[in-house]
Design a protein around this ligand. Structure first.
Ligand SMILES: C[S@@+](CC[C@H](N)C(=O)[O-])C[C@H]1O[C@@H](n2cnc3c(N)ncnc32)[C@H](O)[C@@H]1O
Length: 499
């Protein structure tokens, strides 16, 4: 028999789960948490919570909770473009760096094994590499998933992205299921580990050449995600690779990686040393065939907070420096509010003059430099604007605003492929960036990539309704939200509407 827990007990349960497993549950999930607590707490929720809080880790109770609380959706060849980048970019580079030693791969949050087995198959398919050349370790907190991974028998649904020829090569029919070949099975080692915890052995410095940690950190709190990324960064050898889920970014979480963009996907390369210059971006055409937009992520506070930060900082810097006519006590210094409002009124020279007069500590602020780059680009000083954007990206490759302004300049100069690459980087790094998505759609339409244009414009239309007002002010080219929405609708109508 179970007893319904009190609100205070559910809150305590939520805090414990956040601390122990890194998983963050918002207010809308409290009903679900209450049901899980009632199921595990039995007749005495208070005693169960006290036991959970006191039990040393790893604990059986926590393992049982992981079974009920984790999202375990996965399948073979998920985001196939990343698997291609793994086999055609990361593996060859790491094989060379390892000089005959096996390449060490970690699948962190491997669920029921489809991801690490995909990597083992891809290494064999693309490079003919067997267990002697690549070692794959796979970890997860959910013991039920690990048991399924060890059994290595999968439904046809798990194999939906595997073509029939590959299925025949690597699987044998077993009733309704498909059994993975023993050779591939043996090349992956599964272990139960908790990614939300310090673990000196799992995260020993330089232990891995390639880490896949896809669709795991999106369920973590920002603090736990940042701590996990720091551990991962330490454990990846210099020059090694990190693959996140297609809707996850390191923006605001780490500056230890270069952003890579090939095979129409994004991933990261560990810097060899701090401050290392970014490698030139490779263009990646044709259009990104990424998975469909997931509005759910926009409601996820962890990512949404990161998304809005840059524009809000400009706003807060502006508030920190009130207008000169604000009152007798206001300091006689140029203000950002004024600069922003000049930008809005297309008074670019005034806006630039105000920025130039800022005290040094403000003038070097990345967000102020971005404001300067916007003003320069809109006044036609494209070379200067691009120099500022490149300097900003040399400091932080994950600066979505700098990618966006650079893209505007490249587009203005007629370099559509480079513009598209930078717009896509901005939209990837900052999934709520409506204007970047709008420009991608408009450019794709111009370049006759009609399906991609339709998809991106439809996304832009949704994003524009929620876009942060200060970011519209900064990046919207003087157009109000309604005009941008009209533009987006007109583009979609010209394409025959969304499909
Ligand atoms: C959505 S699945 C992702 C599977 C695979 N990486 C993919 O992208 O297809 C997320 C996995 O992360 C695991 N996970 C969540 N929190 C974890 C933690 N604290 N430690 C280890 N694994 C965790 C879950 O058990 C689940 O299997």
């Amino acid at each position: 028999m179970s007893i319904e827990p009190s609100a205070a007990q559910v809150a305590q349960f939520r805090d414990l789960i956040l601390d122990r497993l890194g998983l963050q549950f918002d207010e809308t999930k409290l009903g679900n948490l209450a049901r899980v607590l009632a199921r595990h707490g039995g007749r005495d929720n208070a005693a169960y919570l006290a036991m959970l809080a006191a039990e040393p880790e790893p604990s059986e109770a926590l393992h049982r909770l992981a079974v009920d609380l984790t999202v375990t959706e996965t399948y073979f060849y998920r985001n196939g473009e990343q698997i291609q980048a793994f086999a055609e970019v990361a593996m060859p580079a790491c094989l060379q760096a390892r000089e005959g030693l096996p390449v060490r791969v970690l699948s962190a949050g491997c669920a029921s094994g489809e991801e690490p087995y995909t990597l083992a198959i891809a290494a064999r398919e693309t490079m003919g590499l067997g267990a002697g050349s690549v070692q794959i370790r796979a970890v997860d907190a959910n013991p039920a998933m690990l048991a399924k991974a060890s059994a290595a028998r999968y439904s046809v649904w798990s194999l939906r992205e595997v073509n029939p020829a590959m299925r025949a090569r690597w699987f044998a029919r077993d009733g309704d299921l498909y059994a993975l070949s023993d050779g591939v099975r043996r090349s992956v080692r599964f272990e139960q580990r908790n990614l939300a915890r310090e673990d000196a052995e799992l995260w020993a410095p330089g232990s891995y050449d390639i880490v896949f940690c896809r669709n795991v950190l999106m369920y973590f709190s920002p603090e736990q995600a940042e701590a996990a990324v720091a551990r991962i960064a330490e454990a990846i050898a210099p020059g090694g690779y990190l693959f996140l889920g297609h809707a996850e970014t390191l923006r605001g979480l780490s500056s230890d990686f270069h952003l890579c963009h090939t095979h129409a996907t994004f991933y990261y390369r560990r810097k060899s040393q701090a401050g290392e210059p970014a490698p030139a971006m490779k263009f990646s055409l044709p259009a990104w065939e990424g998975a469909p937009f997931q509005p759910l992520l926009l409601n996820d506070p962890a990512w949404a907070n990161v998304i809005a930060r840059a524009a809000q900082r400009i706003d807060s810097l502006a508030v920190a420096a009130p207008p000169a006519d604000y009152g007798q006590s206001a300091p006689a210094q140029p203000d950002l509010h004024h600069a922003l409002s000049c930008l809005h009124k297309e008074q670019f020279e005034q806006s630039l003059a105000l920025i130039e007069k800022l005290p040094q500590q403000h003038a070097d602020d990345p967000d102020v430099l971005l404001l300067k780059a916007v003003s320069l680009s809109q006044s036609g000083a494209l070379a200067e604007a691009q120099n500022i954007c490149r300097a900003l990206l040399a400091r932080d490759e994950l600066n979505a605003g700098a990618h966006y302004v650079l893209a505007l300049c490249r587009e203005e100069e007629g370099d559509n492929p480079a513009a598209l690459t930078h717009y896509r980087s901005a939209a990837y790094l900052d999934p709520g960036f409506a204007l970047a998505r709008l420009h991608i759609g408009v450019l794709e339409r111009r370049m006759a990539e009609l399906d991609a244009a339709r998809r991106d414009l439809a996304q832009a239309l949704v994003l524009l309704q929620h876009e942060d007002p200060s970011r519209l002010l900064l990046f919207g080219g003087g157009f109000p939200r309604s005009a941008l929405i009209d533009l987006c609708r007109a583009e979609l109508t010209a394409l025959g509407g969304p499909r």
